[in-house]
Design a protein around this ligand. Structure first.
Ligand SMILES: [Zn+2]
Ligand SMILES: [Zn+2]
Ligand SMILES: [Zn+2]
Length: 359
């Protein structure tokens, strides 16, 4: 059963997807459905002995191209709608034990092309109003399959968090005649205290009002509404900075750092979104090596986040971690594009501002 149920109090949809209860949950080693098919006795989702990047439709989708009949009838106050959309899985590599941070910049650049392609193709479907590209990484984020992968949800509506960003940036553009995100980025770059990495086309920073201690936003320096609008050098710049951020995360406490990574870009409902600006948001649930940031009463019930840290201080820690990751890679290879952060185009300091890591 799968349907959209309207909450008139919060004015938002909830998606029911009861069949997802049956999805594969942490299979034992050797029985990963996302690995290549290496033995005929255990055919996986990918009928090939090896692969680069693979996209396929989720077997346990929250939205379907051909949605099923709702379980109950709605009312005028609490209507129901078919959960029509598409859910895809994006396999980053055939290496079961790798993570995003282990991928080469070349592979991430290919992944960026795949994202752009899926954004355009899914966005062109008449019933798709928003394409949400994301990755959940780590047990504490609720990951049920450890094979490195991301997901794409093609929504029949604009999800509320994005809708809020669209509304605020639209108001800002109407009042000031400028893009709010361009202004935010300019402010972060001139202040510098919260910037953790930067290259010619992209910057990464912990936002002034971060909800999570190590929340990072990644933004193109030129005004772009979607991944599809990025030029070839910009796509490579995006790949490099995503590599930098994820490898910096892993060096923070010397373990593979869990996070949610979400791409926010313009809706695909045919509207005009010149005021919106592509960005990636990372929400890592750890607030220290051992302690988690839980969404407790104040966050869940009030909608207000309490951040136990200062973004200026966590940014300094993360810059230092990126510096360490960079030094390790530099020692290992010295090759510009494998590293992503040791080339001249990328910068991450260990001190006050985003200085020169290997630059
Ligand atoms: Zn696997
Ligand atoms: Zn902009
Ligand atoms: Zn956003």
């Amino acid at each position: 059963m799968s349907e959209l149920r309207w909450n008139p109090v919060l004015e938002e949809w909830v998606v029911t997807a009861t069949h997802r209860q049956d999805r594969t949950y942490k299979p034992p080693d050797g029985f990963c459905p996302l690995c290549p098919t290496r033995n005929g006795d255990f055919p996986t989702e990918v009928p090939a002995a090896d692969y680069e990047i693979v996209v396929f439709e989720n077997k346990y989708p929250s939205f379907r191209r051909d949605p099923c009949v709702p379980a109950v009838l709605g009312t005028e106050l609490q209507p129901i709608a078919p959960s029509q959309g598409v859910c895809e899985v994006v396999l980053y590599t055939d290496d079961h034990h790798a993570t995003f941070a282990d991928l080469s910049v070349d592979r991430i650049a290919n992944l960026v092309d795949v994202w752009a392609d899926r954004y355009e193709e899914l966005g062109a479907l008449s019933y798709v109003r928003y394409v949400l590209i994301f990755e959940n990484k780590g047990d504490c984020v609720g990951v049920t399959l450890h094979h490195p992968h991301g997901q794409i949800y093609a929504f029949p509506f604009i999800p509320p968090r994005v809708a809020k960003e669209l509304e605020s940036s639209s108001k800002y553009a109407a009042a000031k005649g400028r893009c709010m995100f361009c202004d935010l980025l300019a402010e972060e770059l001139s202040d510098g205290r919260r910037v953790v990495a930067e290259n010619a086309d992209f910057a990464a920073f912990i936002p002034f009002s971060a909800r999570y201690p190590y929340e990072v936003h990644v933004m193109p320096k030129q005004h772009r509404e979607s991944i599809a609008q990025l030029s070839r050098p910009e796509r490579r710049g995006l790949a490099r900075i995503l590599s930098t951020v994820t490898r910096g995360y892993d060096s923070l406490f010397d373990f593979s750092f869990p996070y949610m990574m979400i791409a926010h870009q313009a809706p695909t409902d045919g509207g005009q979104y010149g005021h919106y600006h592509l960005h990636f948001e990372f929400y890592p649930p750890h607030r220290t090596a051992a302690k988690m940031k839980y969404l407790a009463g104040c966050e869940s019930g009030g909608g207000t986040f309490i951040n136990d840290t200062l973004p200026e201080e966590t940014a300094e820690e993360l810059r230092a971690a990126i510096g360490r990751a960079c030094a390790r890679t530099g020692a290992r290879s010295g090759a510009d594009d494998v590293a992503g952060i040791n080339g001249t185009a990328e910068a991450a300091g260990s001190g006050g501002g985003p200085g020169g890591c290997g630059a």
